[in-house]
Design a protein around this ligand. Structure first.
Ligand code: UGA
Length: 446
């Protein structure tokens, strides 16, 4: 195991990757340009909530009692370049403000800061999701800037981890895809991933553009699957069908499969929505707009879910939101994360508030992040506190804690027993047994 590994960018992706590489036995240095994050990580504290991450950090961060000492963090690119044989770049690539395209500023600046220090043969590996064609451009730039010239190579290795399962997905990926331009790069990456490869994880070697495309195509496909079932929910709504039964029945067809067929208020987060838009924008730049025209529809169908939920709440409140008390259960874009980026739950809470309702939000982990984005909403410390006096309850993020709520106990504190299930995961029979009116998009009324 010869390589020393560096990981640049310590968000959900980078912090997990760095910790996982240490867990696999490598010596690892993680870099972030935000000193506060480096400080936290150096104490074995994850800057975000991700199940299992702190356990591995504590097992490996240098200087912590009983740790392997294989993992350290820094803000210095010179240190990283001197240390690592393989440099993974994991910085975020958000949506450009006011546009569909991908903002490559962080990635470009990581390359500009790292490459001038690369004075010996080395491999830089891009992990972030980027517009196809970026890798080829960046490979040229690295060779231009690095004292090692062509000896400083670039490979691409997209990451498919899901927040909430980041540790599992990184240590036991379902596939490893690498885009390379040399055998040397492939050999190095086979060494890095020797453990999962030995466990039987498929290792797919391809060219740079294909490896970039695999990631955007995967996210576009997942988004399409979700919007497909949400389109079926719209049909069920007008045809008195039940989208949950429909999805269950479709899922038994092995060619379709049950995953990502859960209808509700749609997809959000830091990845699916912006990747979809960046993909559309990139196709336009490449002169292939028509090929991805349908993704615009997938996106607008998804955004429409949020508006439909607001309308369902208005309907539940007899046509007016003004001055009505609404309890919102969930702020994170999905359970088991504190991430509120483009969260459907928080977006709906915000819309209801802006239209005159008095909205109180509770989320098991995402309260601080939600407050930072929407300081004008009210926040409660528990589901029951949020529900106190509410005219309607909205279940918008399917945390396990909410599945286990007792409808009877909650019924005692609300003004009206009315709940809207935005995720289609509550046991409707149970709630209705306790005299709750339960409504969900695309499901029968009673
Ligand atoms: C997504 C992909 O699933 C990962 O493979 C990918 O690596 C990651 O983006 C990324 O690009 O980094 P993530 O954003 O963590 O992962 O979230 P998902 O689990 O995909 O969920 C996305 C959204 O879809 C959530 O808001 C979730 O509530 C929603 N969703 C998911 C549904 O509405 N219905 C479903 O059936 C499944």
């Amino acid at each position: 195991m010869p390589q020393k590994i560096s990981v640049i960018g310590t968000g959900y992706l980078g912090a997990t990757h760095a910790a996982a590489m240490a867990e696999l036995g490598f010596e690892v240095i993680g870099l972030d340009v935000v000193p506060a994050k480096v400080e936290l990580l150096s104490q074995g504290v994850a800057p975000m909530y991700e199940p299992g991450l702190e356990e591995i950090l504590r097992r490996h961060v240098v200087g912590l009692p009983g740790s392997s000492g294989r993992l350290s963090f820094t803000t210095s690119f010179a240190e990283v370049a001197a240390f690592g044989d393989v440099h993974f770049i994991c910085v975020n690539t958000p949506q450009r403000a006011g546009e569909y395209g991908c903002d490559m500023t962080h990635f470009d600046s990581a390359v500009e800061s790292l490459a001038p220090h690369l004075d010996r043969p080395t491999l830089v590996v891009g992990k972030s999701t980027v517009p196809v064609g970026s890798a080829a451009r960046l490979a040229r730039r690295i060779a231009e800037l690095a004292p090692a010239g062509e000896g400083a190579e670039l490979a691409w290795n997209p990451e498919f981890l899901q927040e909430g399962f980041a540790v599992r997905d990184t240590l036991h990926p379902d596939r490893i895809v690498v885009g390379t331009t040399s055998e040397r790069a492939e050999t190095l990456l086979r060494e890095v991933y020797a453990v999962p490869i030995a466990e039987g994880t498929p290792f797919i070697v391809t060219d740079l553009p294909t490896s970039e495309l695999v990631k955007t195509a995967a996210n576009a496909f997942l988004a399409t699957k979700i919007s497909f079932i949400n389109a079926m929910a719209e049909i069920c709504e007008v045809a008195d069908g039940d989208v949950v039964k429909l999805a269950e029945s479709l899922g038994h067809d092995e060619r379709i499969g049950p995953k990502f067929l859960r209808s509700g208020i749609g997809f959000g987060g830091g990845c699916l929505p912006k990747d979809l838009r960046a993909f559309v924008a990139r196709a336009g730049e490449l002169g292939a707009s028509e090929a991805l025209q349908f993704l615009r529809e997938i996106d607008s169908l998804n955004v429409r879910r949020r508006a439909s939920m607001v309308e369902l709440a208005r309907e539940a409140l007899d046509g007016s939101l003004l001055g009505k008390r609404i309890a919102v259960l969930g702020a994170a874009f999905k359970p088991d994360t504190d991430d509120v980026r483009d969260s459907p739950a928080l977006n709906i809470a915000g819309q209801l508030h802006l239209q005159g309702a008095e909205v109180t939000v509770y989320d098991p982990k995402a309260m601080a992040n939600a407050r930072a984005v929407f300081p004008t909403l009210r926040y409660a410390d528990s589901a029951i506190e949020a529900a106190r006096g509410a005219h309607v309850l909205l279940h918008l993020t399917e945390w396990r804690e909410f599945q286990e709520l007792d409808p009877e106990t909650l019924g005692e504190v609300v003004s009206r027993r009315h709940i809207l299930d935005g995720r289609n995961t509550l046991d409707a029979t149970l709630w209705r047994k306790s005299d709750w009116t339960l409504r969900a998009l695309g499901r029968p009324r009673a």
